[in-house]
Ligand binder design. Structure first.
Ligand code: 11C
Length: 338
């Protein structure tokens, strides 16, 4: 017998990807329900190549009988519906920032801390980390196991799909407007995004960091190791899908680029494409639609003790969001939690 699955936020970028990935991976579901806010009710969303689902109203939906909820509706919506769904007996795997730092909610990347899933029963909720954190910790985990990471300095180059469908439209519309000499209109982004980069993702905090940067710091500590220091600068770039990161790491012990490459090649969820020639590295347009996190440009950094630099790229909608959530559900089934 299969599971009953509900996808919340089914009309959004991540919700659509969740439905696609459930179908693609033949997730053992007897029934899949698409839920969203009242204004999307009646819309039809694709489920795999051949099927379609009619969107139902989240606010009126009775979660009784649902086993697994995969959700990405926005933090406020999750705050309101997730406890209700968990109360009705479902496990909620939530992709928003709402529950990530709750000590009673595990924050999980299956390749990194699958053991944390056991804590799901405290609230019936598991949090999916932020996309820029996920792809970084997948690559850092095997290196941490090898030489113990002390400090990470990361700069991100994040695609507009992380900010939703409207943001993707804004990049397209602005790019077109510039080509045809129309006025450039801003809606979602605080500055022009076409042919530009914006060092600002999510809201500003009191210390001058943005919330996106703060998330990379605290989520890395919760998932990988509270002792790791992280300095992050998050930047939006005019790329549709795929986040990239320049990551500089300081370790406790010496580690060569060759050792790191070998460890990364053996690690789950990582592909190393690192040839020191033209085209011997990976860019975001090449990883859109891929499941793995890709590492290129690995090299020793001799300006610090035991330092390495690298370039990490991942599909932010897949491993950075929907795929990670589905993998959490798959791990729960494999390990007998469901
Ligand atoms: C972005 N990382 O690229 C964000 C999107 O906390 O889940 C995901 C925000 C979050 O804009």
């Amino acid at each position: 017998m299969g599971y009953k699955v509900a996808v919340v936020g089914a009309t959004g970028n991540v919700g659509r990807e969740m439905l696609q990935i459930l179908a693609e991976r033949s997730f053992p579901a007897d029934e899949v329900v698409a839920l969203a806010s009242e204004r999307s009710v009646g819309q039809v969303v694709s489920f795999g190549e051949d099927d379609e689902l009619r969107v139902q109203d989240l606010s009126r939906f009775d979660f009784k009988g649902i086993d697994i909820v995969l959700s990405s509706p926005g933090a406020k919506v999750s705050a309101a519906f997730a406890p209700r769904a968990a109360e009705a007996g479902a496990v909620v795997i939530d992709n928003t920032s709402q529950f990530r730092m709750d000590p009673d909610v595990p924050l999980v990347v299956p390749e990194v801390n699958p053991g944390a899933i056991a804590g799901w029963c405290k609230k019936g909720i598991i949090a999916n980390p932020n996309c820029s954190t996920i792809q970084m910790v997948v690559a850092l985990k095997p290196l941490h196991d090898l030489a113990t990471i002390r400090r990470v300095v990361v700069a991100t180059y994040q695609s507009v799909s992380g900010a939703g469908k409207d943001a993707m439209d804004e990049l397209f519309t602005q790019t077109r407007a510039i080509y045809v000499n129309d006025p450039v209109e801003r809606k979602k982004f605080t500055k022009q995004i076409a042919f530009n980069v914006i060092p600002h993702i999510d809201s500003f905090m009191d210390d001058g960091a943005t919330k996106e940067e703060w998330k990379m710091v605290v989520e890395t500590k919760k998932i990988l190791d509270p002792k790791i220091k992280v300095a992050a600068t998050c930047v939006r770039v005019p790329v549709f899908i795929g986040h990239s990161e320049v990551v500089n790491v300081e370790f406790e012990r010496p580690i060569t680029a060759d050792e790191a490459r070998r460890a990364l090649r053996a690690a789950p969820g990582v592909s190393v494409i690192d040839h020191r020639v033209d085209e011997g590295y990976v860019t975001p347009v090449e990883v859109a639609g891929e499941d793995n996190v890709f590492v290129s440009r690995l090299r020793e950094d001799i300006t610090v003790e035991n330092g390495l630099s690298m370039w990490i790229v991942g599909d932010n909608l897949r491993k950075g969001a929907a795929l990670n959530a589905v993998q959490i559900a798959e791990t729960m089934i494999r390990d007998g939690h469901l």
